[in-house]
Design a protein. Structure first.
Length: 272
């Protein structure tokens, strides 16, 4: 990971420009879905052994991604359109995290039906199910962390579906906290505070900015204020400027560099 952004989509540019790329975003997501579905049945052996290492490695053996997108499942169509826009306009490959955790339940269901179901009692073994759940969640969280570490840029797709401010009393007392009820979002945002920042390997190094790196009824709340405070805010005006500057650089000036470098020029203006 080199850098991380907190993107809050809204306004004309997102609705009228980015959403036009939903069709290609659906295709990108579909490819990832098929890879994950194939993986679910490949590493569970007949004797009941689950090869967690091979499963995790296969899950992320897809082509290298430039951007990791963390999001709420409620925003999946918007995120697909965003991934399509990144690909169509900049040639950037984005990994949509729900390609993985969206199928976590499918994997658990497959394992539990095979190893935890008692056909005589027509019920599942509680202790075995706890065991399988802990293993699958641990494999997935480790794999997600590795994918985040191996992508250059992490973008948190911040909407009301992902983050809510704490209750009104805390607001009045000036103790605003940003809360998520998704354990996967909490895990991913927490990882952004722990992963080591790594410079991209391309020869023309980009500007330094380390100083700026500052579903069920049961709802568990996770405080993600610290993680979001360490992210760089992105809004639609940044996306629009990125799109226009990239077109100018590539079509008019013959620029052969990296699209993410152009974004960094915009959000870290001291480099100009």
């Amino acid at each position: 990971m080199y850098t991380k952004f907190n993107y809050s989509p809204s306004g004309y540019f997102y609705n009228h420009e980015i959403n036009r790329h939903l069709s290609n975003g659906n295709k990108i997501f579909s490819v990832h879905e098929k890879e994950v579905q194939k993986c679910l049945s490949q590493y569970i052996t007949e004797d009941g052994i689950i090869n967690g290492t091979d499963l995790k490695e296969h899950w992320f053996s897809i082509t290298k991604k430039d951007i990791f997108i963390s999001h709420s499942h409620c925003d999946i169509n918007k995120v697909k359109a965003f991934a399509g826009w990144l690909h169509d306009c900049f040639g950037l490959e984005a990994f949509i995290d729900s390609c993985s955790w969206g199928y976590c339940d499918d994997l658990l269901n497959k394992i539990d039906k095979k190893y935890c179901y008692d056909s005589k009692k027509k019920t599942y073994d509680y202790h075995l199910r706890n065991y399988t759940t802990s293993h699958v969640h641990m494999m997935l969280s480790t794999a997600l962390a590795e994918m985040m570490d191996n992508t250059e840029c992490i973008i948190f797709f911040n909407t009301p579906n992902t983050i809510n401010l704490e209750d009104e009393l805390d607001k009045i007392n000036g103790k605003n906290k940003e809360i998520t009820t998704s354990p996967w979002i909490y895990h991913e945002l927490s990882m952004t505070t722990m992963l080591q920042r790594k410079q991209p390997k391309r020869s023309e190094m980009i500007m330094e900015h380390s100083s700026q790196q500052s579903r069920y009824d049961l709802k568990v709340k996770y405080d993600v204020t610290k993680a979001l405070n360490e992210m760089i805010d992105l809004e639609d005006n940044h996306m629009e400027e990125w799109y226009e500057l990239w077109n100018e650089q590539t079509k008019e000036l013959g620029y052969k560099g990296e699209a993410l470098d152009t974004l960094y020029e915009i959000v870290f203006p001291q480099s100009r």
